[in-house]
Design a protein around this ligand. Structure first.
Ligand SMILES: Nc1ncnc2c1ncn2[C@@H]1O[C@H](COP(=O)(O)OP(=O)(O)OP(=O)(O)O)[C@@H](O)[C@H]1O
Ligand SMILES: [Mg+2]
Length: 503
């Protein structure tokens, strides 16, 4: 199937001389305002390079953007309730943890702290729901009558997943919008800036951390970021630190990796988490979501120690488990959402789910295996991992499914319908690319992330809000679009009425 297209926000191509000039300015703007990363190929922690970005904001249907923003509090509530439902988490993950060692380890920590009695009932959720426009929907409307599409009964987008751990781009998301404001201004198109939505993700996410810090009630306690051994996405993390300090200069922020913690963390007499003599009020995980972050059992011990402590975790272990792909698939089963949400809310959420299938060894799993073998390119095969680069696409879906068909390992995976987002033309600017002085027009597709903040315990949700967004864009030929992984580019939405966005 040919994906429909979205019309770029400006007529392309841009005059070459003007393009060269604006690209050079935009690169410098990004470098000088911290829209940057560290180089993966040539790491030097003293040097930053600009993060890849697309020169123009991508056209995005306004109504669909507004729907995505509006639904976020419902998704926050859903994840919060799922995270606090032991029976649901354990039945959803039962078969997976027999074969997936990483998820099993996380689940064991959950079981341990549950049996001991959870020291800190409050959780902080800083979540990001990732969505893609669905071409089949947009295409259908466009082919008939674009002008009626706005009042269409369904969303033109589907949820890719919801992240409950290390939901990054709280800074780079807003920064992308700022790059685009500057670019449009330099192109003499101030009139277009009104269509770039405000994005206060950084303030909102950091505000959530500070609210949790207040709930902890110790003015001397610190906020601790759990970080990778080497952080490439350093600006995104540091801007969170800077923002915390600017919102409340009295709250110190410390950074530790799991190995450092295994040597320096201990529990006080009331289960306070003490790290190098400092009491920790809030733990914000930007690492710990993949096996490679746990070099030995010591790092796992450190995770358990944190979970046992009085510190408010973002995420707590049950929130982490609620964000697994297997739980996402479980939620899409008939009748399940009704367990967690009121009627009108369930229909809104169902609308954004795309086909999600278990590969467990039962009749449903067999059906899913058969579908994947017959039509591999219609699906994405996903293990229980975060951070990108783990999924299987295209023809590889068939071979992967065939090779795991008769093994128990298949329960570690889920099968998801592949979303086909509409294509769009844009200029992609990458650091170190010889073509970046005058980039060619590329065909790209985007993925929008909406940030949510949710705070509460098993019984009460005290804070629940949508706080901002991020958009990342990849070449239409790429399967995945992680910017930190080097595949995607920073982008921001340019909101238009649907009737004017299809070609
Ligand atoms: N159903 C789908 N249809 C189309 N593309 C998909 C689908 N699922 C995932 N992708 C692509 O693969 C990428 C990674 O998928 P996913 O978000 O499920 O994995 P992840 O490892 O959790 O990534 P992240 O680090 O972004 O959380 C997505 O950003 C998207 O580009
Ligand atoms: Mg993820």
């Amino acid at each position: 199937m040919d994906n429909p297209r979205m019309t770029p926000c400006l007529d392309l191509p841009i005059d070459q001389k003007l393009l060269e000039e604006v690209v050079e300015k935009a690169k410098d703007w990004a470098l000088m305002h911290g829209a940057c990363m560290r180089s993966k190929t040539n790491l030097n922690t003293d040097i930053l390079q600009f993060a890849p970005f697309v020169l123009l904001p991508s056209t995005f249907p306004r109504k669909e953007f507004e729907k995505a923003v509006a639904i976020q509090p419902i998704l926050n509530e859903l994840m919060h309730k799922v995270a606090h439902d032991y029976d649901f988490l354990s039945s959803s993950l039962k078969s997976t943890i027999t074969v997936d060692q990483f998820t099993k380890k996380l689940f064991e920590i959950y079981e341990t702290v549950r049996s001991e009695g959870i020291a800190q009932p409050v959780s902080l959720g800083l979540v990001r729901s990732d969505i893609m426009l669905e071409s089949s929907c947009i295409g259908r409307e466009c082919a008939s009558d674009c002008s009626t599409a706005e009042s269409g009964p369904y969303c033109c987008w589907k949820q890719v997943e919801i992240n409950t751990i290390a939901s990054g781009f709280g800074w780079l998301g807003p920064a992308s919008g700022l790059i685009h404001r500057y670019v449009l201004q330099e192109l003499g198109r101030m009139d277009m800036i009104k269509n770039l939505p405000e994005n206060k993700a950084l303030q909102g996410l950091c505000g959530g951390m500070l609210e949790a810090w207040k709930i902890y009630k110790n003015n001397k306690a610190v906020i601790m970021f759990i970080v990778e051994d080497v952080t490439y996405n350093i600006c995104d993390q540091r801007f969170h630190e800077f923002e915390l300090r600017s919102q409340n200069p009295n709250v110190p922020v410390i950074r530790r990796n799991l190995t450092q913690l295994s040597q320096s963390a201990k529990l006080g007499s009331n289960k306070e988490l003490i790290v190098d003599g400092l009491e920790v009020a809030v733990i914000y995980f930007r690492a710990g979501y993949e096996p490679g972050h746990y070099h030995t059992e010591k790092e796992w011990d450190a995770r358990l120690l944190m979970e046992r402590s009085l510190a408010i975790k973002c995420p707590s272990i049950h929130y982490h488990l609620a964000g697994t792909k297997k739980v996402q698939q479980s939620l899409a089963r008939p009748g399940v959402l009704e367990k967690f949400l009121a009627g009108d809310k369930t229909s809104a959420v169902k609308e954004i789910f795309t086909g999600l299938y278990s590969l467990d060894k039962d009749e449903f799993g067999e059906k899913a295996i058969q579908m994947a073998i017959e039509n591999p390119s219609h699906f994405v095969l996903k293990p229980q991992r975060e951070g990108g680069g783990n999924n299987v696409y295209g023809e590889n879906v068939r071979s992967a499914v065939l090779s795991m068909k008769d093994t128990e390992e298949r329960s570690a995976w889920i099968l998801m319908e592949r979303i086909l987002p509409p294509l769009q033309h844009n200029y992609m600017v990458r650091p170190g690319d010889p073509k970046n002085a005058c980039p060619p027009i590329s065909e790209v597709v985007g993925e929008l992330g909406i940030f949510g903040v949710v705070i509460g315990d098993e019984n009460i949700i005290s804070t629940n809000k949508q706080v901002g967004h991020m958009l990342r864009t990849k070449l239409s030929t790429a399967d995945e679009g992680g910017v930190a992984a080097g595949l995607g580019a920073l982008d921001s939405p340019y909101l238009v009425d649907l009737s004017s966005c299809c070609e």
